[in-house]
Design a protein around this ligand. Structure first.
Ligand SMILES: O=P(O)(O)O[C@H]1O[C@H](CO)[C@@H](O)[C@H]1O
Ligand SMILES: Nc1nc2[nH]cnc2c(=O)[nH]1
Length: 291
């Protein structure tokens, strides 16, 4: 490793090689669990799991609801790797650290990334407990110049100027909708625009109104960096936001949001999300034969 923030190809490779030497699993799909959504890993069969603190080069989780474990296993015959806990910019990690696992996954042979998060809703039609399939995102830190792809481009991963239109795979979004229909849960499934803000504070009323006027449906403090890095290195991306709270948009509203409430709602929808993600992976077209 060069400096605190600069990570080179060999650093990703070293971590990938270590993981490949510790498990027989050769995942094609990676899942990143949002706040309180770590139970998505529980469905994996034949698990091999590693504490982040035991994995060379891995950052550490510091947020409640992010266990800090990497779990390998099989879901309906497909090999997956699941992050029980992600890294956020507000924890003090550089964006290269936040997205470090995504490039490691690429080197493990992963070609599809499923990201999940807990988010607050701006859209008037959304309710607490809704599941939002992410159609697109607005990356506020990115627009302001805080981008994990800043710095020398690593051509082995991808191009200097990656396109981001259509970053959330259309056919996976449709597949997820159809699965929700067959599960009988369409009444609380939405599709919309996620916005990443830096956090760690929740929004002021004026900020909430601004985001609403910009067409943001749900806001959170993650996801965009991992998605950028995954797309840059050619992965297919699918994302889900669990709406854990309504963002306060009125000065008359005395409600306040807190992380405990966010975790509580995540727990409430954990089973539905687990079934949805499992079914999606089971229906996905994946070549599971090569490393
Ligand atoms: O995006 P995830 O990791 O799901 O977590 C969300 O929930 C936390 C706030 O409660 C923030 O970290 C926000 O980003
Ligand atoms: N920024 C932000 N992140 C969240 N994560 C869960 N809920 C929220 C929210 O209301 N705002």
């Amino acid at each position: 490793m060069h400096s605190k923030d600069q990570i080179c190809h060999e650093d990703y490779q070293r971590t990938a090689d270590w993981l490949l030497s510790q498990t027989q699993h050769r995942p094609k799909v990676a899942i990143i669990c949002g706040s309180g959504l770590g139970m998505l890993a529980d469905a994996l069969k034949c698990q091999d799991s590693f504490k982040y603190s035991d994995i060379p080069g891995f950052p550490q989780s510091t947020v409640k609801g992010h266990a800090g474990r990497l779990v390998f296993g099989e879901l309906k015959g497909k090999t997956c790797v699941c992050m029980q806990g992600r890294f956020h910019m507000y924890e003090g990690h550089s964006l290269s650290k936040v997205t470090f696992p995504v490039r490691v996954f690429k080197l493990l042979g992963v070609d599809t990334l499923i990201v999940t998060n807990a988010a607050g809703s701006l859209a008037d039609s959304y309710s607490c407990g809704d599941i939002m399939i992410i159609r697109d995102h607005i990356n506020f830190p990115g627009l302001a110049g805080l981008n994990p792809l800043n710095g020398p481009n690593d051509d082995k991963f991808g191009t200097r100027f990656p396109p981001m239109s259509g970053v959330y795979d259309k056919s996976l979004r449709k597949m997820a909708f159809d699965i929700c229909k067959s599960m009988g849960v369409s009444q609380y499934v939405q599709e919309g625009v996620y916005c990443m803000v830096g956090g760690p504070n929740f929004e002021t009323v004026a900020e909430a109104r601004l985001l609403h006027r910009l067409g943001v449906d749900a806001v959170g403090m993650s996801t965009a960096p991992e998605v950028l890095v995954a797309s840059h290195c050619g992965m297919r991306v699918f994302g889900l936001s669990l709406i854990t709270n309504k963002v306060v948009k009125s000065y008359e509203d005395n409600e306040t949001v807190n992380h405990e409430a966010v975790l509580e709602v995540s727990k409430m929808r954990s089973e539905t999300l687990q079934v949805l993600v499992t079914e999606l992976i089971s229906q996905m077209d994946i070549n599971n034969n090569t490393a």
